[in-house]
Ligand binder design. Structure first.
Ligand code: ZN
Ligand code: ZN
Length: 97
């Protein structure tokens, strides 16, 4: 037999879990924040803040078979955007003990 109070508490816990799963995407406490990787495979930090183009350099072979460094052809960051990165410039990595 369930009393209304425990039903409410159970429903509340389910709701909290659902909300945390849906909105919570917090960076892991015990390590680095969730990596923000663009579709080109490079980190968000390598992308221009205003233009969105990627500044990473990649190695490729040129016409004569020699390796050369070229700038990534990515024009716009397409990966996930961490909220804290979005609102604050990434001068330093998060440092909350
Ligand atoms: Zn990119
Ligand atoms: Zn890139």
């Amino acid at each position: 037999m369930f009393d209304p109070i425990s039903l409410l508490v159970g429903a509340g816990l389910v709701g909290v879990g659902w909300a945390a799963g849906r909105f919570g995407r917090r960076p892991a406490r015990n390590g680095r924040p969730e990596p923000a990787i663009c579709g080109c495979g490079h980190d968000l930090a390598l992308h221009d803040r205003t233009e969105g183009s990627c500044h990473a350099e990649i190695v490729r072979k040129n016409a004569v078979g020699l390796r050369e460094w070229v700038t990534c052809g990515c024009r716009r960051y397409t990966g996930p955007t961490p909220l804290e990165e979005f609102f604050t410039p990434p001068v330093l990595p998060p440092n909350d003990r």
